[in-house]
Design a protein around this ligand. Structure first.
Ligand code: SF4
Length: 342
């Protein structure tokens, strides 16, 4: 079609289309980070020094609902201290902002709340009982009991992914480097999102050479078959988040070790479980406590926790009354209990 044959309306429409094509989007290839991709040692040094903020371990279709998600690891720098877990590499399973239509703007975190209200984070959290819950009348989802403030670290990570700040395994560097990237680190799998939403091989490779690691999944009992089957493959590296003693029995019969937050009425020292050594109750009984980076017992059925009992922690403070038959969001109650202000 030429201008000679176009109507005024068509010309305006065409100009609008071309203007849209010319709009400057954030660089899809961030040149600043490419200098760190020459070799695995160079990449690792850049991550550990904080020159490079993180990496994308995998991008693809969620094993929960098939929508595009991204698996990110960051906080490799040794000063990335979290007072509750100690210094640990953090991993995030988040939606692919562009494909999910989530707004990202410059250096700001992604605007995730609309997406959460529409989807309940199904693609990354599945049917976790602590995820966003749907109102049967409005259809809108609202915040559940999960401790994560999605608009903070997860939104910041999504913004960085959108800006192409993190090199991508299998695209920018060999996926075979994943194990080496994590070698010798203390790592936490599922700082946000469920690691079982991504192919098990990614987490298994990442966990294979860590020094200490923790990880949790609610996928072990999910109604989403692909998610559940994938979680089963991760029993060696992830703890099953158990919401009751019956849950714990079932998950253990499936080969998992469990992490369970016990209701206030339960004497956690009375059973056969390991009482989390980062907990208040542990400190009250033994006069000291530790953090996850030093403990590492939530390593699933292999690693430091291999052959050991499941872990329990008592609900505390503001959450205690809400925990009846044990409510455990892969860490919320745990972290709440560990926060320990005097
Ligand atoms: S047992 Fe407690 S301190 Fe140890 S890794 Fe698990 S949650 Fe962290």
């Amino acid at each position: 079609m030429t201008n000679a044959t176009m109507t005024q309306k068509e010309i305006i429409a065409e100009m609008t289309r071309l203007r849209g094509m010319l709009q400057v989007k954030p660089a899809r290839k961030n040149p600043a980070r490419n200098r760190y991709l020459a070799s695995l040692p160079v990449l690792k040094k850049a991550l550990e020094s904080g020159k490079l903020g993180g990496v994308v371990l995998w991008k693809g279709a969620s094993l929960i609902d098939g929508t595009p998600i991204v698996y990110v690891a960051n906080k490799f720098a040794s000063d990335s201290q979290n007072e509750k877990t100690g210094a640990m590499v953090q991993t995030f399973i988040v939606p692919d902002t562009e494909k999910a239509g989530i707004e990202c703007n410059g250096a700001r975190p992604a605007k995730i709340v609309d997406w959460l209200e529409k989807t309940g984070a199904k693609s990354i959290c599945g049917d976790c009982p602590h995820a966003w819950q749907q109102d049967s009348e409005s259809g809108k989802f609202s915040k559940g009991s999960c401790y994560v403030r999605e608009y903070q670290a997860p939104a910041a990570v999504m913004g960085a992914v959108y800006r192409d700040s993190y090199p991508i395994a299998g695209v920018d560097f060999p996926a075979a480097w994943i194990a080496g990237i994590f070698e010798g680190t203390n790592a936490r799998f599922g700082s946000y999102g469920d690691p079982a939403a991504a192919p098990a091989a990614i987490t298994i490779a990442a966990a294979s050479k860590t020094r200490q690691r923790t990880g949790y999944t609610h996928g072990w009992k999910s109604a989403f078959e692909g998610f559940r089957n994938n979680a089963a493959k991760l029993a060696g590296v992830l703890m099953a988040s158990a919401d009751s003693a019956a849950d714990q029995d079932l998950a253990e019969s499936m080969g998992f070790r469990c992490f369970r937050v016990a209701p206030k009425s339960e004497d956690v020292f009375a059973g056969q479980n390991i009482v989390c050594p980062a907990s208040k109750e542990f400190e009250q009984k033994h006069g000291k406590r530790t953090d996850c980076a030093a403990c590492g017992l939530c390593s699933g059925a292999t690693g430091k926790g291999a052959g050991k009992r499941s872990v329990v922690i008592a609900a505390h403070g503001g959450t205690a009354g809400k925990v009846q038959e044990s409510t455990c969001p892969a860490a919320m109650r745990m972290l709440d209990a560990m926060a320990i202000p005097a």
